[in-house]
Design a protein around this ligand. Structure first.
Ligand code: A2R
Length: 311
C-alpha cells in the first residue's frame, strides 16, 4: 500500500476509509519513511511545513481539509509537480450561516441579552438595553467568491444593500468598489471573506477601519492575517471603529486579551464550518481526492495553482 503522511487530526470515518488504501504515518509521531511518502492529508491550519515538503522526494499529492490553503506553499508544490487539493463549496452555506450569526449577535446584542436573562438580571434590574437592528444595513463584502456570494444570498433576507470589493469586477448587480477604503466609507458593515496569504495580508488596515468608522462593524470569517489585528484593537479601544465580530485571529488559538474584555466585540474560536454535517462533507472530499488520485492520477478539487497538473 502507498504511504500517506497525516498532518493534524482526521476523523474516524476518514481514517477508516484511508486505512483501507494507505499505510498511514503521523507527522506528530516524529518518524516516518520520508522516501516512501507519496501522499499527505492535512488541514488549512497546519498546512505543510516547508521543511517537511522539501524532505519528501516522492511526494505526489497533498489533500487539504478546508477551502483556505495559505499554510501550503502551492508554488513550491507546483514547481515539483505535486497536486494540491482543498474542499471548496461544501462549506459555503455553513460559513455564510456563521457570518449571519456573528452579524446578528453583534447588532442585536444577543449574547449580552442571553446573559441578562440567564443571570436573573432582568428580574433584579429590569429590561436589557436596546440593541441595533440588523435589517436594512449597507454591507460591504471583501471577497465575493463562493462563500462571499453565499453570504450575500443569506443577507437578502435582511434586506441588506450589498457592496463588494474584489480585484476584478464580477457580473453581479451589487455595487462594486475598486478601492477597499472607499467601500468601507460607504457601508455600515464590512465582512472579510477573501483567502489569506501575501496578497491579502493586513489589507484591512487602520485607514480601512477609520473609514468604516465609529458606528461601523467589522466581521472577519476569512483569515486573521487579512486584518491588522493590533490596529483593530487600537481602533476599537479609542472608538474609531464601533464593533467587531470575529471568528479568526492572527495567532490562533491565541486571542488578544484586550479583545476579551470588550463588550462591543463578539468572539468565536474559528468555527465557521464547524458543524458535524459540514465537517463530514469536507472530510469526505479530502478522502475522495486522495482515492481518486490513487485510482487514476487525477483529483476532484485541485487548488487553482496546481490545476494544470490535473491532466
Ligand atoms: O480578487 P478576485 O477578483 O480574484 O476575487 C476573489 C477575492 N480576492 C480578493 N479580493 C481583494 N483583494 C485580494 N487581494 C483578493 N484575493 C482574492 O476573494 C474572490 O472573489 C474571493 C475568493 O473567493 P473564492 O476563491 O471562491 O474562495 P471561497 O471559497 O469563497 O473562500 C474564501 C476564503 C478561503 O480562502 C478561506 O480563507 C476562508 O474563506 O474560509
Amino acid at each position: 500500500m502507498p504511504d500517506l503522511l497525516q498532518i493534524g487530526g482526521i476523523t474516524d470515518t476518514m481514517r477508516d476509509r484511508l486505512e483501507a488504501e494507505f499505510t498511514i504515518h503521523k507527522l506528530a509521531d516524529g518518524t516516518y519513511p520520508a522516501d516512501a511518502i507519496t501522499h499527505i492529508a492535512t488541514n488549512g491550519h497546519d498546512g505543510v511545513p516547508s521543511d517537511v515538503m522539501a524532505g519528501l522526494p516522492n511526494l505526489k499529492m497533498v489533500s487539504c481539509y478546508g477551502v483556505g490553503y495559505d499554510a501550503i506553499d502551492t508554488k513550491a508544490a507546483a514547481d515539483r509537480g505535486i497536486l494540491v487539493t482543498h474542499t471548496p463549496d461544501v462549506l459555503n452555506a455553513e460559513v455564510a450561516s456563521t457570518t449571519i450569526l456573528l452579524m446578528l449577535a453583534s447588532f442585536r446584542n444577543f449574547l449580552a441579552d442571553e446573559a441578562h436573562a440567564r443571570s436573573g438580571n432582568w428580574e433584579a434590574n429590569g429590561n436589557a438595553p436596546l440593541s441595533r437592528s440588523a435589517d436594512n444595513r449597507k454591507v460591504g463584502i471583501l471577497g465575493l467568491g463562493r462563500i462571499g456570494q453565499a453570504i450575500a444570498d443569506k443577507l437578502e433576507a435582511f434586506n441588506a444593500e450589498i457592496h463588494y470589493h474584489t480585484r476584478t469586477k464580477k457580473d453581479v448587480d451589487y455595487t462594486y468598489h475598486a478601492n477597499l477604503t472607499d467601500m468601507a466609507a460607504a457601508v455600515e458593515v464590512l465582512i472579510c471573506i477573501t483567502p489569506g496569504g501575501p496578497s491579502t495580508n493586513k489589507i484591512v488596515n487602520a485607514d480601512v477601519m477609520n473609514a468604516l468608522g465609529s458606528d461601523g462593524t467589522l466581521i472577519n470569517v476569512s483569515r486573521g492575517s487579512v486584518v491588522d489585528e493590533a490596529a483593530m484593537v487600537a481602533a476599537l479601544q479609542d472608538g474609531r471603529l464601533g464593533y467587531a465580530a470575529l471568528d479568526v485571529f492572527e495567532a490562533e488559538p491565541k486571542i488578544p486579551d484586550a479583545l476579551k474584555t470588550m463588550s462591543n466585540v463578539v468572539l468565536l474560536p474559528h468555527v465557521g464550518s464547524a458543524t458535524v454535517e459540514t465537517r463530514a462533507a469536507m472530510g469526505g472530499l479530502v478522502v475522495d481526492n486522495l482515492l481518486e488520485h490513487l485510482k487514476n492520477g487525477k483529483v476532484l478539487t485541485p487548488v487553482p495553482e496546481t490545476a494544470h497538473l490535473n491532466g
